[in-house]
Ligand binder design. Structure first.
Ligand code: GLC
Length: 560
């Protein structure tokens, strides 16, 4: 991967799509995640003692970078310092670091930097700039070490000038070019301090990208970090964005957490994210010996095997031009070519219908078919409705167990009907980001194209956080209205969706039946909902600030 620079400096990252997040620190020795010091209120003196025996003899930069490569990942973001304050690099600014405080004595960041250069992977650093439970003067607006230090007598500049700035300088001067700095949990940091940090990075390495979590003020940094494990809606973000995601349910090494995502799920989530224009930063948590758990490595290799064949439809691809989710999978595009990613376990029999593609088709074929055997295509245009339909004849069986990609070569520049439209199945999912939101009036309204009129079940799609009370969230009902009907419903958690593509721990996708609505003629119709839970279009929210029950979409399911 070649890093782009100057005005185009974010291009390499946008094209890369898939990166490896590595949470590795002293906490690995306790095997219960990176928040263990805070959760157990471990005194600094005791926590420091962990370093005395931290000796990751199995750490091998070559195999870590090799794994990222085999997984099809293009960059690595590793925790240079997490909230526990322990630097995983040689630091003059603070002796509490892996090279000086452990029997290991090596600088793994240096070894990784060399290997990344060797293998063509971009090295990036995570740095916890506000939370630091080891330093007596670090101040966050919520998560501080209150068992060792008195928050009132802290002097933030001592921490900021004495540790953060010198360590950022070290990270940007000791390891060659750094692809990006990934800051985290900026709660309480002033705008001036965030800007100063951004300025420091820009001064030392102007091409180094910065994620938005450098600050809680909006639009800072070069791209938007979504909340942990958060996949946004189609069209939600106007800036470049990335979803940081766990492979199980933890970031740092955990002996207990064995809830692993399956390779198929990861591939689908990756494709889904790319079809929405984002990047996936997928995490591994190596243990205290420096070994990446086998269950993680196996999964990543399977994802890599799929990407090896289908990478053309992922790397450098642009988001789907259609503003809604496809029931059969997802769409990505490149100049002159549209890729339909079809989930193999919902393989349409015989043919696939696609609405709204206005270009003339040159040819369609299965991407993994080396002979590019042409698939049959027909195109129809309904002038009365100004509506395009493409039919692609499909092979009887999917070509891949997880996702099969159909490539469609088109004439001219891509041209698509971007109106929200009922799908060939008769259904359509209307996501919040595509509605007109009036946050004060607590209403949202969509205009959509009805192709086949009829009676529709309205299914509310929510993401419910683990432990969140449904009843409390829906103390007030939801009002739905179309031209012909208005009613109020009290949503119940009717159906939990397992294997949701967009939703994962700590949230679960829940559907509720609200009632029925009739659209009795084809053409443009409107649907509106009114609920106390309607928020303005979201910016970045830390995971603990996000609503416990988030409204996501309403699905119109056509009655047959
Ligand atoms: C959170 C957590 C942190 C983790 C990060 C990953 O903000 O505090 O432990 O590193 O998210 O995105």
């Amino acid at each position: 991967m070649t890093v782009t620079s100057g005005e185009d400096k974010i291009k390499w990252w946008k094209d890369a799509k898939f990166g490896m997040f590595i949470h590795w620190g002293l906490y690995a020795a306790l095997g219960r995640g990176e928040w263990v010091m805070y959760e157990l209120n471990i005194p600094v003196r005791d926590y420091e003692r962990l370093a005395e025996t931290f000796h990751p003899v199995r750490f091998d930069a070559k195999s870590w970078v090799g794994l990222a490569k085999a997984a099809g990942m293009k960059y690595i973001v590793i925790t240079a310092k997490h909230h526990d304050g322990f630097a995983m690099f040689r630091s003059q600014a603070e002796p509490f670091n892996i090279a000086d405080a452990t029997p290991f004595g090596r600088d793994p960041m240096r070894e990784l930097a060399e290997e990344c250069r060797e293998q063509g992977i971009v090295l990036c650093f995570y740095y916890s700039h506000v939370i630091d439970w080891h330093h007596p003067h670090a101040v966050h607006n919520k998560y501080n070490n209150v068992w060792d230090y008195d928050t009132d007598s802290k002097h933030f500049p001592t921490y900021w000038n004495g540790l953060v700035k010198p360590q950022i300088r070290e990270l940007l001067t000791q390891y060659g070019p750094v692809g990006l700095l990934w800051f985290d949990t900026a709660g309480g940091l002033s705008k001036e301090d965030s800007e100063e940090l951004v300025g420091l990075v820009r001064g030392l390495q102007p091409d180094c990208l910065i994620n938005s979590r450098v600050s809680h003020y909006p639009d800072m940094g070069d791209y938007q970090s979504k909340g942990d494990n958060e996949i946004p809606m189609y069209g939600e973000d106007s800036r470049a964005w990335e979803t940081p995601m766990t492979l199980n349910q933890s970031w740092g090494f955990s002996t207990k957490d064995q809830v692993w995502k399956q390779p198929e799920a990861i591939i689908r989530k990756l494709v889904h994210i790319v079809s929405k224009g984002g990047n996936l930063l997928l995490n591994v948590g190596p243990d205290a010996e420096g070994h990446i758990p086998d269950l993680s490595a196996e999964r990543l290799r399977e994802v890599g095997a799929w990407l090896n064949v289908h990478g053309e439809a992922v790397y450098g691809a642009a988001a789907s031009p259609f503003p809604y989710e496809m029931e059969w999978g997802a769409v990505t595009v490149k100049p002159g070519r549209v890729y339909l990613h079809l989930t193999s376990d919902a393989w349409p029999q015989g043919e696939l219908l696609l609405y709204g593609l206005q270009n003339k088709i040159k040819q369609a074929y299965v991407l993994s078919d080396p002979g590019r055997t042409p698939l049959e295509t027909t195109q129809r245009y309904d002038a009365g409705m100004d509506h395009h339909t493409l039919t692609v004849g499909l092979p009887d069986k999917p070509a891949n167990d997880c996702m099969t990609v159909i490539a469609i070569d088109i004439e001219g520049e891509l041209s698509v009907d971007t109106r929200l439209s009922q799908q060939p199945s008769g259904h359509v999912k209307l996501e919040w980001a595509n509605g007109r939101i009036d946050a004060d009036a607590k209403t949202i309204e969509w205009s959509l194209q009805i192709v086949a009129p009829g009676t529709f079940d309205l299914e509310l799609v929510c993401f419910q956080k683990e432990g969140a009370s449904w009843d409390e969230a829906f103390r007030e009902g939801i009002e739905a209205a179309s031209r012909s009907r208005r009613f109020t419903a009290q949503p119940k958690p009717d159906r939990v969706i397992k294997n949701s593509t967009a939703c994962q721990h700590p949230y679960t996708e829940v559907h509720s039946h609200l009632g029925t609505i009739v659209f009795d003629r084809p053409g443009t119709c409107t649907l509106s909902l009114r609920s106390a839970l309607i928020r303005p279009k979201s910016g970045f929210t830390e995971i603990w600030q996000a609503d416990p029950v988030k409204l996501r979409a309403v699905k119109l399911v056509k009655r047959q």
